[in-house]
Design a protein around this ligand. Structure first.
Ligand code: MUC
Ligand code: MG
Length: 367
């Protein structure tokens, strides 16, 4: 059960259509596949999607920090010493996505070693989640078309709409068109990725007051401390902290400071070990949780649903589990299947995933 090697393999898979939002744009999955090898011949895997516009990490930086700092720190440790792994990785500041992939690959290896699914080791609450699809910036007609196609093809009824453009009417028109096009049964919520000021956010939320939104996420920056508290206090729906609450300490600060009333947990940035802490903290604080999407591929999505299905609190709301559908290909031997608006946790030990060696050879960029 000892870790003997950790690899970090960069790869690139184009998106069919770029995803655009207030803080950036993604047109290719330039991620890093992380593999943890054990002395028993087990190989655990996880995905690191660098997001420079959120955490400052890059693909080359993720490979470098894993090869030069994290691999030497964890080699020799048993898979069961996850708290020691966490403590060793924590000696390096930042690098949340690189740390999380190492952590989750260790959990996958542990599950395979014990012949148990990771989701059951984590909590085993349910075996599936409802799916929420994230809609990037486009014209109202194109966004309604995409949502309608997602509903017809996959049964998805929950949509997170990217907002945060100026003037705000560009986005409020989209949300209104979605409500008219999809009818009352669809759940709609908005994510601004800090694009608006607090005053713009307040105006937009007033304009959309009749549209039955269920959540508002990161509409304005958390660093605009008083403006953000002023905004959150006047809303009658939960305000989700995403990029402002990437550690348990930040969650505590945002919630107790009145700058958010719900939290997005993303396994891509808190792995399984720290996501557990965040989940327990949110439960203790009594705040809502959304399982968020770091624009994950199928491997990252398998991690999100494995964690989200493990607990009551994380599986109540729809998880953001569908944006891999926009990729032109993936690394897994078998595709994840969304049906009737739900995604099931993959069966089998560990994460239940298998990397296709031909696809990895085709998309890796390190040779
Ligand atoms: C989100 O919820 O913000 C956009 C950027 C990123 O890192 O994640 C996405 C989704
Ligand atoms: Mg967000």
């Amino acid at each position: 059960m000892k870790i003997v090697a950790v690899d970090a393999i960069p790869y690139s898979i184009p998106y069919r259509k770029p995803l655009k939002f207030a803080s950036g744009e993604v047109s290719a999955a330039e991620h890093v596949l992380v593999r943890v090898h054990t002395d028993d011949g087990i190989v655990g895997v996880a995905d690191a999607p660098p997001r420079p516009f959120t955490y400052g990490e890059t693909q080359r930086g993720v490979v470098a920090v894993i090869e030069t700092l994290f691999a030497p720190a964890v080699i020799g440790l048993p898979l069961t010493s996850r708290e020691m792994v966490n403590a060793k990785l924590a000696r390096t500041v930042g690098n949340p996505v690189a740390k999380s992939a190492v952590d989750m690959a260790i959990w996958d290896a542990l599950g395979q070693t014990l012949d148990l699914p990771v989701t059951e080791l984590l909590g085993g609450y349910t075996d599936r989640m409802r799916v929420s699809h994230m809609l990037g910036f486009d014209s109202p007609a194109a966004m309604v078309d995409e949502a309608t196609r997602m509903r017809e093809t996959y049964g998805i009824e929950v949509f997170k709409v990217k907002v945060g453009r100026r003037p705000v009417d560009l986005d409020t028109a989209v949300v209104r068109a979605l409500r008219e096009g999809l009818g009352d049964s669809a759940e709609l919520y908005v994510d601004g990725n800090r694009g608006w000021t607090a005053a713009e956010s307040a105006r937009a939320m007033k304009d959309m007051a009749d549209l039955g939104l269920t959540l508002a996420e990161e509409l304005c920056p958390a660093d605009d401390v008083l403006g953000r508290r002023w905004l959150v206090q006047q809303l009658d729906i939960p305000f989700v902290a995403d990029e402002s609450a990437t550690t348990p300490a930040e969650v505590t600060r945002e919630i107790l400071g009145g700058s958010a009333t719900a939290v997005s947990i993303k396994t891509a940035r808190t792995g399984f070990t720290t996501s557990q802490r965040t989940h327990h903290l949110c439960e203790g604080l009594g705040v809502d949780v959304v399982m968020g999407n770091q624009i994950d591929g199928q491997l990252g999505t398998a991690c999100t649903v494995a964690f989200g299905a493990a607990f009551d609190l994380t599986s109540r709301r729809a998880g953001e589990l569908s944006n891999f559908l926009d990729m032109s290909d993936d690394l897994l031997t078998e595709s994840l299947v969304i049906r009737d608006g739900e995604l099931h946790v993959l069966p089998g030990s560990g994460l239940g995933v298998r990397i296709d060696p031909d696809k990895l050879a085709k998309y890796r960029t390190d040779h």
